[in-house]
Write a protein that binds this ligand. Structure first.
Ligand SMILES: Cc1ncc(COP(=O)(O)O)c(C=O)c1O
Length: 490
């Protein structure tokens, strides 16, 4: 029997691990919360308003949020950006006959919450693929819009992610212009961009570039508690009243006052920062750039933006990609070394790189400890590389047996099986089989690497050699792949 979550958390956080991961407050006592956190944990008693019909103190927080972010309207989310994404897509896909969306155009790199919204709304989806430079082209958006129009379908919205989990910032202004020429609203999932626009060193706030709805997780990059987020509206292209309906559907009817107080405190922090120059965000941008210029001198280890030479505008500041320039140490290996030998806890391990996050709450210790660790790995690189090669030739990671969910052939060949789309495939009769047998079969599940939660395979998509190889390789590298079954020979 384990000792219990609270005891485990207390023990872990008492150790000297440094957090290069979310939440953005970096476990600092950012708002002077009382020792007895339960003292603030109330419900909708007199004087404390109601999130689902705000008119008092909670309405004040939302108005303040709207002011700080230049939105027309902002709503607190206490179920994270997930609730905002579900609500935003749902509102665009609903409405009176002839007025509701009958097709959704979205980035293939979207978070799983967008796919879940497509499932709930049971809508056909057209994907926008990123180019080789990880950008979504506004010309591709235009082509997709024209295609949908030619098919007689009304596009409910275009949905893109900017910045991405790895920090890639899209050309929101050009994409918004195209969408608006076609009278289609643009939703920007800026779950990772609640800090945008607060420093010259960052990209601009998507609402100022034409987004009609923008969703931001405060907890990811700002000092605020996990699950706190906000959905903003701008302009008249989206039905504001109906957005409230979906927020009531997807959000808890018992919103936490502790989380809402955290949103309020975070907003007050942002208000202060918006009038102070240079502010804490400017200092963060300078510090981070200083750190990057120090690590540039390393021989074997790269640390910097996902897009090399990134300046904070096209690639967000703070998302630090760490990889072996020689391609010997995998992302998971670097992650494990940082954790076990240096007590540095990165955000995630990818196949080729490990991601560490810096935020406005990090002070010199964060930069010095990471620089020190990367420097040591660089100096002792041969030792690490040899050890890693030896482990690989051991075949230690090769024993995983992977099974995937696919549609039954009887279903695919049936009348019902002609239905295409996420809903039909996710709900259909399925079977489980060895991944080696899956080529050419239709997936009945989402398979994603977590984090970040972007699917490798979507229900209804066909397993090809590339997808099979990617899943098998990721599992063997010890990454967290969801939506499959794994067994290991012990
Ligand atoms: C791009 C993106 N959108 C939305 C979400 C959901 O955010 P939350 O965890 O605040 O619900 C995530 C979470 O990782 C994400 O990466």
């Amino acid at each position: 029997m384990s000792k219990g979550l609270k005891a485990k958390l207390t023990e872990y956080t008492g150790e000297d691990f440094y957090p290069y991961h979310m939440p953005g407050h970096k476990r600092r006592d950012f708002f002077d919360f009382p020792q007895n956190i339960a003292a603030l944990d109330i419900t909708e008693i007199d004087g404390f308003d109601n999130l689902h019909a705000p008119s008092g103190v909670l309405c004040d927080v939302e108005n303040r949020l709207a002011r700080v972010y230049s939105a027309d309207e902002s709503h607190m989310l206490i179920n994270g950006s997930t609730a905002g994404v579900l609500s935003a897509i749902s509102v665009c896909m609903s409405g009176a006959e002839g007025k509701c969306g009958s097709a959704l155009i979205m980035g293939r790199n979207s978070h799983k919450s967008a796919y879940n919204a497509a499932y709930i709304c049971d809508t056909p989806v057209t994907y926008l693929q990123e180019s080789e430079s990880f950008l979504i082209n506004s010309e591709d958006v235009e082509k997709s819009l024209l295609n949908e129009e030619a098919m007689g379908r009304r596009v409910g919205c275009v949905f893109i992610t900017s910045p991405t989990y790895e920090g890639v910032v899209q050309d929101v202004m050009s994409i918004a212009k195209v969408c608006h020429m076609h009278y289609v609203p643009l939703i920007v999932d800026a779950a990772h961009g609640a800090h945008l626009g607060f420093s010259e060193g960052f990209a601009e706030n998507p609402l100022k570039l034409g987004a009609d709805i923008c969703i931001m997780s405060l907890h990811k990059t700002l000092p605020s508690l996990t699950q706190t987020a906000v959905v903003h509206l701008k302009g008249e292209r989206v039905d504001r009243r109906r957005l409230g309906r979906f927020l009531r559907i997807y959000q808890s009817s018992s919103p936490s006052y502790i989380l809402m107080a955290s949103i309020d405190e975070c907003t007050a922090f942002l208000e202060g920062e918006s009038v102070r120059r240079p502010n804490h965000f400017d200092e963060f941008a300078d510090r981070y750039k200083g750190f990057l210029s120090r690590v540039k001198g390393l021989k074997n280890i790269y640390a910097g933006g996902f897009l090399e030479g990134a300046d904070g505008k096209k690639c967000d500041i703070g998302k630090c990609i760490i990889r072996d320039k020689n391609g010997v140490l995998s992302g998971k290996k670097i992650y494990d070394i940082l954790r076990s030998e240096f007590m540095l806890q990165p955000e995630m391990a990818g196949k080729e790189y490990c991601l560490s996050m810096f935020t406005v709450m990090d002070e010199d210790e964060a930069y010095d400890r990471m620089y020190g660790a990367l420097g040591e790995i660089d100096v002792n690189y041969d030792k690490y590389a040899e050890k890693s090669k030896a482990e690989r030739s051991d075949g230690r990671d090769e024993g995983a047996e992977i099974k995937v969910y696919v549609l039954k052939d009887e279903y695919v060949n049936s009348e019902k099986g002609k239905q295409k789309g996420i809903r039909a495939a996710w709900d259909a009769e399925c079977e489980i089989l060895d991944i080696g047998m899956a080529a050419g079969r239709i997936s009945a599940e989402f398979v994603s690497m977590y984090p970040p939660g972007t699917p490798i395979v979507v229900p209804g998509e066909i397993y090809d050699e590339e997808r099979i190889g990617l899943i098998a390789d990721s599992v063997r590298k010890g990454l967290n792949v969801q939506g499959i079954e794994i067994s290991r020979d012990l």
